[in-house]
Ligand binder design. Structure first.
Ligand SMILES: NC(=O)c1ccc[n+]([C@@H]2O[C@H](COP(=O)([O-])OP(=O)(O)OC[C@H]3O[C@@H](n4cnc5c(N)ncnc54)[C@H](O)[C@@H]3O)[C@@H](O)[C@H]2O)c1
Length: 359
C-alpha cells in the first residue's frame, strides 16, 4: 500500500461521527487523533468508532502537535475560528464544517491564515456534490435565463428546531439563518458565480424557540428561529433570503432565479416538519419561459443518483490532499456567504440596512 493520509478530528459530537464514518471508508486514510474540549469525550468517540490508531486529547493544540495531513473541524460554530487558525498555522489542511464562522472578521482571518501558510481551507457544503446542483448552475450560467436580476432562496421548516449547542448565542453564534440558511445561500451564490454583496437589510425573531409551548429548552434559546433579508449585489441583482426553523405555514417558497428571458424554480425534496429547507436534495426543477408567444413551464428532468453527498465531500477533501490541489470549496469564496450572514446579524440588531465590506 502507498502513502497513508493522517487525519485528526476536532470536536467529537454528532457530525464528527459522519466524518469518521466517511474517512473509515477511504483506504489510504487513517484517523490518528481526536480532540474534544469535554474531558474523556474524545476517548469515548475513539472507542465508539473503533479508531484503533487514534489518540484522544482534551485540547486541540495537543492534537495539532501530531504529524497530520489534515483535520476535520466539527466543533460548534463559535469554536471554528480558533481551531481552524491554529490548525492552519500548525501546518495542517482543514476540512471545516459549516457555517464557516460567526463573524466576517473571523472568516477573513481564517482565509488570511490559509493564504499565508499555503494550507487549504475547505468548507463542507455537501449539497455541492449533488449532480442536480451542478445542473442548476450550468442552466443559469448558460445564459438561457438572460440577465438574472432577482433571486429568492431559503425555505422553512414548519417545526424543526434543534436544541443543545445550536440554540445558544454564546456557542452557535447565530440561529436558523446561519445553521441551515448557509446551504441555501451557497446554492444561490454558487449558481450565480459568487457575486459581490453590497448591502443587507434583515429582520430576525425567535418567537417559537423562546416559547415553552414549542421548545423544551426555551429558557436557553437566544438565537433566531426565523429570518428574512434583502441583499443587494454588484450588477443590479437582488436576493431575497428567508429561513425558518419554525412557523405556522407550510412553506416559505421555492428557490427561484428570475431572468429577463426565463425563470428557474427549484423546490427542495422531502416531506415532514423538518423538511422544506434546501439541504441538497432537489424535488423538482422547472423553467418558465415564452415559447412562440406561449407561457410555458418546462420540467427539467432530475439527475437520479445513489451518491452519499456527505461521503463525497470527505472523499473530495482527501482527493485534494492526495493530489496537492487547492480546496474544492475554498474559504476564500465562502467569505462572501459569511459576509452576508454577518450583515444579517448587524442589520437585525440595528434594524437598518447595513453595508458589506468584503473583497
Ligand atoms: N454538514 C452537516 O450536515 C452538518 C450537520 C450537523 C452539524 N454540522 C455542523 O457541525 C458542527 C458541530 O455540530 P454537532 O451537531 O456535531 O455539534 P455537537 O454539539 O454534537 O458536537 C460538538 C462537539 O465539539 C466539542 N467542542 C466544543 N468546543 C470545542 C473546542 N474548542 N475544541 C474541541 N472540541 C470542542 C463539544 O464538546 C462537542 O462534543 C456545527 O458547526 C454544525 O453547524 C454540520
Amino acid at each position: 500500500m502507498g502513502r497513508m493520509f493522517r487525519i485528526g478530528i476536532i470536536g467529537s459530537g454528532g457530525i464528527a461521527g459522519e466524518h469518521a464514518r466517511a474517512y473509515k471508508n477511504i483506504e489510504d486514510v487513517q484517523i490518528v487523533g481526536v480532540a474534544d474540549i469535554l474531558p474523556g469525550r474524545a476517548d469515548q468517540f475513539i472507542e465508539r468508532w473503533g479508531l484503533k490508531d487514534a489518540v484522544g486529547f482534551d485540547d486541540h493544540r495537543r492534537l495539532l502537535e501530531l504529524d497530520l495531513d489534515g483535520v476535520s473541524i466539527c466543533t460548534p460554530n463559535v469554536a471554528h475560528y480558533q481551531t481552524t487558525v491554529d490548525a492552519l498555522r500548525a501546518g495542517k489542511h482543514v476540512m471545516l464544517e459549516k457555517p464557516m464562522s460567526v463573524t466576517l472578521e473571523e472568516a477573513a482571518e481564517m482565509v488570511r491564515a490559509s493564504k499565508e501558510t499555503g494550507n487549504m481551507l475547505n468548507v463542507g457544503f455537501q449539497p455541492r456534490y449533488d449532480p442536480n446542483m451542478g445542473m442548476i448552475k450550468d442552466l443559469v450560467q448558460s445564459g438561457q435565463l438572460g440577465k438574472v436580476y432577482y433571486v429568492e432562496t431559503g425555505g422553512g421548516r414548519r417545526r424543526g428546531m434543534p436544541g443543545g449547542t445550536f440554540i445558544r448565542q454564546d456557542i452557535a453564534g447565530a440561529g436558523a439563518m446561519a445553521d441551515i440558511g448557509c446551504y441555501s445561500l451557497d446554492l444561490a451564490l454558487n449558481t450565480l458565480g459568487y457575486p459581490k454583496p453590497l448591502t443587507v437589510s434583515a429582520y430576525t425573531s425567535n418567537y417559537f424557540g423562546t416559547n415553552p409551548k414549542y421548545h423544551g429548552e426555551s429558557s436557553k434559546f437566544d438565537v433566531e428561529d426565523f429570518g428574512v433579508a434583502i441583499i443587494r449585489f454588484e450588477g443590479d441583482l437582488v436576493l431575497n433570503f428567508k429561513t425558518s426553523w419554525a412557523m405556522h405555514m407550510d412553506t416559505l417558497g421555492a428557490t427561484m432565479f428570475l431572468g429577463t428571458d426565463a425563470g428557474l424554480k427549484v423546490t427542495p425534496a422531502g416531506t415532514g416538519p423538518w423538511s422544506g429547507v434546501w439541504d441538497g436534495r432537489v424535488g423538482s426543477i422547472s423553467m418558465f419561459h415564452d415559447i412562440q408567444g406561449h407561457h410555458t413551464e418546462s420540467s427539467i428532468p432530475l439527475v437520479h443518483h445513489q451518491l452519499n453527498v456527505f461521503e463525497e465531500k470527505i472523499k473530495d477533501f482527501v482527493r485534494a490532499l492526495r493530489e496537492g490541489t487547492t480546496a474544492p470549496i475554498p474559504g476564500e469564496q465562502i467569505l462572501r456567504n459569511q459576509a452576508i450572514l454577518d450583515g444579517i446579524l448587524r442589520s437585525s440588531l440595528t434594524k437598518r440596512e447595513v453595508e458589506i465590506q468584503v473583497d
